[in-house]
Write a protein that binds this ligand. Sequence first.
Ligand SMILES: [Zn+2]
Length: 295
Amino acid sequence: MVKIKILNESEERMEVLLSETDRSLANAIRRSLISDTPKMAIDSVRFQLGTKEQDDEIWETTGPIPDEMVAQRLAMIPIPTMHDKFHFQNECPNCKDLVEDDRGCLECQMIYTCVVFGTEEGRWVTAGDMKYLGEESLEIPDEYKSIPITKLLKGQMIEFYATAIMGRGRDHTKWTPVCGVTFQPRRIGILKNKSKAKILWDLDLEITAKDFGKDGRLEDIEKVATLEKELNHVGEGTEEAREFNDAVYLEEVPGEFILSFDTDGSMSTKTAFERAINELADRFGSLDQDLAATI
Ligand SMILES: [Zn+2]
């Protein structure tokens, strides 16, 4: 059974150590994070077109970039995703029996509105200008309010209703809650030749002989990451390489992998990871049942 240990965790980045497993499971988690984890994203936008008279001025719904591009930008804005409050539209208890066009209720869609008028010197329309029709906790989070959408000059205005629904990254990237998902085998440093290793220590870098245990091994994950970079000074292609001759080298730990990823801000890293694991477990669970049914 795979063991999971969180190495580093913040709202937007997570690093975990997977042990007693293999590369295929680490990759399955990576893929699940990218394509299976449910996320809310803006899927349709209704632009109000026309002119408006306000303050003795005529405002027209035109802007420097086409509506299609505005819609594309809206899709990329991280929408706060509450998995326990919203359903997929085809699973929504109120809407699942309706035809696709009629679906959409308080439990399966989120609507944001935006009305902005331009100014003489140009007014940026940003994600923060979108107001959520509903409770405040589902507004775009402060740290993402500055995401630019378009810029309007005097006489130009924009007005739209944007609807977010739950989806999966396998259907469109806008529903992918993570980016930069990578994994690599966990490695440890091995001190093979103490006298030759001096070439590296003499460079006066961060890692020293003292960091290695009596058995000549360095296991601390962060220090190994530093060592990996520092070995470039004596590695292949350097003048010291021949003499150094891998006096210190890195060795892979069998069955252990370090997986790391960022989220786009639509959910915490912990939620994304838990959901990805659940999706995977569900998938294998139903595979198990299918298998049992056919045998
Ligand atoms: Zn619904």
